[in-house]
Design a protein around this ligand. Structure first.
Ligand code: UT7
Length: 331
């Protein structure tokens, strides 16, 4: 961060998950799979599924309330709401607009940001820049997804992986004497619309009877290619970020990665030499919740007292776009 900019502190975190749990055994009644296969190939044991009333904005607002409470702020003090999501309530209004209404913020800006599973690191870079530049003081960053709304319940390649949920952070300028700072960020995009894509429903192929019949409103994924891309980008983001920030991996307390697949995380840990015990994971209980996974996992670390002010924590993410990115934070 340039010295003329204000150092930024993540003053509050929060999470919110739907009530309904979907186990691997329940999925095995719907598609040709089994618990042992899913656990050994992904590490996922169960995920949450949004029910009626548990929209993307409801989950996001639930997480945001907890983050505001931890930061000791109320809704009237929020200056901007940034929502990272690829499963908004509606194409428009934005999910940020619905969250404004749910929270009762009365003088806030708000917009959505689309970077798929990299949404949280993109959002953190944008939200922290708004605070660092002095544009806003209190920025609420929400990662919220109802991934089950775009996942084909009959496609065993994808339906075993994804779940629903939301996480949130409240960003504000660091107070005098607080060690907190956003130290470095890397963001990348390179178009590939074959590896991970929802083919229909956008302006290129508007939803129609035919697109629904062909199940083109659901995501299509090349699992192997995504796997390779995730391991490679995890390693390069890890190395580039630490080198750019000039810190060694021993000084890094935690990596909070995109909650993608235990095997991807272990393969990346092996290639980087970073100990898996210091890589935070919640995918066993929530599956892949796209932009919500990192802030949900971060909230667990904070509430369990595993992250202290002054600790270094690295967020790494990769996903559709293709997008990938990282943010290094001094907590
Ligand atoms: O945010 C990014 C989102 N994307 C991801 O996270 C995906 C990353 N990729 C992966 O996690 C893995 O590639 C998968 C978990 C999707 C698949 O694991 P894999 O080890 O790459 O398996 P595979 O696709 O190579 O398939 C191996 C076998 C195949 O059978 P044959 O051809 O060897 O007879 C598949 O048909 O496993 C079969 N298979 C399944 N079997 C039981 C594929 N899905 C399943 C399933 N249950 N759900």
């Amino acid at each position: 961060m340039r010295p003329s900019l204000r150092p930024v502190c993540i003053a509050g975190t929060g999470a919110c998950a739907p009530k309904q749990v979907l186990s691997n055994a329940e999925l095995a009644q719907r598609v040709d799979t089994d618990d042992a296969w899913i656990v050994s190939r992904t590490g996922i044991r169960e995920r949450r599924v949004a029910g009626p009333g548990e929209t993307c904005s409801e989950l996001g607002a639930g997480a945001a309330k907890h983050a505001l409470e931890m930061a000791g702020l109320d809704a009237h003090q929020v200056d901007c709401i940034v929502v990272a999501t690829i499963t908004p309530d509606t194409v428009f209004p934005s999910t940020a607009a619905y969250i404004q209404r749910l929270l009762g913020c009365d003088r806030t800006a708000g917009f959505d940001l689309s970077a798929a599973c990299s949404g949280f690191v993109y959002g953190l870079t944008v939200a922290s820049s708004l605070v660092a530049a002095g544009t806003y003081d209190n920025v609420l960053l929400v990662g919220a997804e109802v991934m089950t709304s775009i996942t084909d319940p009959l496609d065993r390649n994808t339906c075993i992986l994804f779940g629903d949920g939301a996480g949130a952070c409240l960003l504000r300028p660091a107070a005098k004497g607080e060690p907190s700072e956003i130290l470095h960020s890397i963001l990348r995009v390179e178009c590939d619309d074959q590896v991970l894509v929802v083919p229909a429903g956008g302006s290129n192929l508007p939803a129609s009877h035919d697109t629904v019949e062909a199940r083109q409103h659901y995501m299509k994924m090349q699992g192997r290619a995504t796997f390779r891309f995730a391991v490679t980008s995890f390693k390069s983001l890890f190395e580039e970020t630490l080198e750019a920030a000039g810190i060694t991996q021993e000084r890094l307390r935690w990596i909070v990665p995109h909650q993608v697949n235990q095997r991807i995380i272990e393969a990346a840990a092996k290639r980087t030499g970073f100990p898996t015990e210091r890589i935070a994971v919640n995918l066993d209980r929530f599956g892949n919740t796209s932009a919500a996974g990192i802030p949900m996992c971060l909230d667990e670390l904070v509430r369990e007292g595993k992250l202290e002010r002054g600790d270094h924590v690295l967020f790494v993410a990769f996903g559709a776009g293709l997008t990938w990115g990282s943010v290094l934070v001094r907590w």
